[in-house]
Design a protein around this ligand. Structure first.
Ligand SMILES: Nc1ncnc2c1ncn2[C@@H]1O[C@H](COP(=O)(O)OP(=O)(O)O)[C@@H](O)[C@H]1O
Ligand SMILES: [Mg+2]
Length: 378
């Protein structure tokens, strides 16, 4: 019998980015521990790259996963060496080398940014990865930036005919110059109670429920600590329903899940500080016809914001009227093994590590299409 040459597919080199310069640094450590552990080592070489709270990158030579009180485990972040990112060394790859020891280098074919919030989920990191021309998981620059900006997102959703909660957005300057008039207009238009939130933030940071008009200014000043624009929104007495979306041009929607906060709303405390802060219910108990409508709207919203790769689309379902509103689209949702996004896919039939395979495939596919686009000449 003739010698058979077995062609082995080369392993893809994955860089898992975690930590980062945002209020959600700690959550990212937990999400990344799950991602790092679940990536199939038969298919991938995996390098963990920690980003500290100042934004410095550190390739982790000896990675440690340590216990975490909320999510069971998290990545340690060891700050050693001075790592530089270079994208000219090899085309379409990220090349990291240690300034003091150039033999210590890492080459990455695909980046998985397991980073939540500012400088990770908001398009800035995505811009860097575009410049480096390296494929990456998660929405690209536009989808990430728009997903992070509750005001711009709302305008695009409105334009697409997707129901959103009525609101007013003001800048710090506008608020300082016209506090009385803005309060009057907001109260007349939206009534009480209200929600006040920073336009670009996440994890409920800076979010307050306002029940008395005298407390509006306090909530506004609190929110302005986290962004220069603040959204005042009508409060909806609602159930919180979430849908996981996956794909580039032809995305798919998962079955729905429900978050049941045990606090007055799904606050930072309920999300991260109180282990009993909220319950996840999968599938959400909603009528099949309504669930189908919500899932279809999740896909429409995803496309309207220019998302690709993945996103978790969050809805408010008004308890009294049965009407639903798209609240927000999270382009790098919580990714611990007990987080809603992977749990929804698991319940829909896609296991955690298969989900990672799919995300890597989508990243490579999107990148390939981007390379087909001319950037010079006519
Ligand atoms: N208009 C609203 N009506 C009712 N609850 C709201 C409203 N806006 C925010 N909330 C509550 O606050 C939480 C955080 O607000 P959200 O807009 O999702 O911001 P974040 O990006 O910080 O998650 C929601 O999950 C919900 O519990
Ligand atoms: Mg939210």
């Amino acid at each position: 019998m003739a010698n058979k040459t077995v062609l082995r597919k080369a392993k893809i080199r994955i860089g898992v980015l975690y930590g980062g310069r945002s209020g959600e640094h700690d959550v990212s450590l937990c999400s990344a521990a799950s991602v790092f552990s679940a990536l199939d080592r038969n298919k991938y070489y995996v390098t963990a790259i920690g980003i500290d709270r100042d934004g410095r990158w550190y390739v982790q030579d000896k990675l440690q996963i340590i216990p975490d009180k909320d999510f069971g485990r998290k990545m340690a972040l060891k700050k050693s060496g001075t790592w530089l990112v270079n994208h000219f060394e090899q085309k379409n790859k990220l090349h990291l080398y240690n300034l003091k020891n150039k033999n210590k280098e890492v080459i990455v074919d695909v980046v998985i940014p397991v980073l939540h919030g500012t400088f990770g989920e908001d398009g800035t990191l995505q811009g860097l990865l575009e410049l480096a021309m390296v494929p990456y998981v998660g929405a690209d620059v536009i989808g990430s930036a728009v997903g992070m900006d509750k005001d711009v997102a709302k305008r695009l959703l409105n334009e697409a005919g997707i129901p959103v909660v009525p609101s007013v957005t003001v800048s710090k300057q506008q608020w300082q110059d016209n506090t009385k008039i803005i309060s009057k207009i907001a109260l007349a238009k939206l009534g009480l109670p209200l929600f006040v939130k920073p336009v670009c933030a996440g994890s409920s940071v800076g979010v307050k429920k306002v029940k008395k008009k005298e407390l509006l200014a306090k909530a506004m000043n609190f929110a302005f600590q986290f962004d220069a624009r603040v959204m005042i929104e009508k409060a909806v007495d609602c159930r919180e329903i979430e849908c996981a979306v996956l794909g580039n041009e032809t995305p798919a929607a998962s079955i729905l899940g429900e978050i049941i906060p045990h606090h007055e709303f799904y606050s930072y405390e309920a999300k991260y500080l109180d282990p009993e802060g909220a319950a996840l219910k999968i599938p959400a108990q909603v009528k099949a016809s309504l669930a189908d409508k919500i899932r279809a709207t999740a896909l429409e919203g995803y496309m309207a914001l220019g998302c690709s790769s993945m996103a978790r689309v969050d809805f408010f379902l008004d308890k009294k009227t049965g009407k639903f509103y798209l609240n927000e689209i999270n382009t790098l949702p919580g990714f611990t093994s007990i987080s809603m996004y992977p749990k929804l896919w698991e319940a829909t039939g896609l296991q955690y590590s298969d989900l990672l395979d799919k995300l890597i495939e989508l990243a490579l596919d999107r990148h390939k299409k981007k390379l087909e686009v001319k950037t010079e000449g006519i």
